[in-house]
Write a protein that binds this ligand. Structure first.
Ligand SMILES: Cc1cc2nc3c(=O)[nH]c(=O)nc-3n(C[C@H](O)[C@H](O)[C@H](O)COP(=O)(O)O)c2cc1C
Length: 219
């Protein structure tokens, strides 16, 4: 049983969780990263869909330090993917005004990253972590990964560390070169990623509506 003060601490951690995009140069210790990964492992997984196939545990973590050879390769492959996604979306939007109005903000974001030449969270933070979940049926790995990443995010928050999702990682599960870098087979795992480091400046809790405003109690 938890007492009230434990609940209050959890509320505080949840409301303090923010997306950090500016990291200090100094590197949080490996023990902190391991603690974050352990929290990710505690997250739920889709037990009915993950087969027991493969000789590896169905959830794997790959940790890239800033300035490592692996990170340089990963960063290049992620940037290539951003270029491909931007060009593909631009082509599709050309003949589809409805898609253009829906996807314009995302398309601008891809363009901004292309111009900056750096994938946010990769090479801008001391640690880039790829999380992999073995593909199963029906395919719900990205949902599982989202639970895993939220746990990691909350743990990072409790350790006073900044955390940023690197969503483009989600596009890399079938990329032969990216998978070779991780030592996994293409299409074996779904991927997602995040960056962790000391934040430059602490952000205030984000503003959300009160629950009553967005809740309908059904009869
Ligand atoms: C599915 C999903 C993907 C996201 N991808 C990214 C990302 O690639 N890079 C990033 O900086 N933030 C990403 N975010 C973070 C959101 O932009 C952020 O959570 C939102 O703006 C609210 O801010 P907060 O996290 O500080 O409360 C993502 C969030 C979600 C839920």
């Amino acid at each position: 049983m938890f007492d009230e003060s434990t609940g209050m601490i959890l509320d505080e951690i949840i409301s303090s969780r923010r997306t950090y995009r500016m990291f200090r140069m100094d590197v949080p210790p490996k023990e902190s990263v391991s603690g974050i990964i352990q929290a990710g492992l505690a997250a739920p997984f889709a037990a009915a869909t993950t087969g027991g196939r493969g000789n590896k545990y169905f959830r794997q973590f790959f940790v890239f330090p800033r300035d490592s050879r692996g990170l340089t390769i990963a960063g290049g492959l992620l940037m290539q993917k951003i270029h491909m996604m931007a060009e593909d979306l631009e082509k599709k939007m050309k003949h589809n005004p409805e898609l253009r109005s829906k996807a314009e903000t995302f398309s601008n974001r891809l363009e901004m990253i292309r111009k900056a030449g750096v994938v946010p969270g990769v090479e801008t933070a001391p640690w880039y972590i790829v999380v992999a979940e073995r593909r199963g049926f029906p395919p719900v790995e990205q949902q599982s990964l989202a639970h895993c990443l939220e746990n990691m995010w909350l743990k990072a928050t409790a350790l006073n560390l900044g955390f940023q999702l690197v969503s483009v990682t989600g596009q890399m599960g079938s990329d032969p070169e990216f998978c070779r870098l991780l030592g996994i087979q293409p299409d074996e795992f779904e991927l997602n990623g995040c960056a962790v480091g000391y934040y430059q400046e602490q952000l205030p809790p984000s503003i959300r509506p009160p629950a009553e405003q967005v809740t309908r109690w059904m009869e």
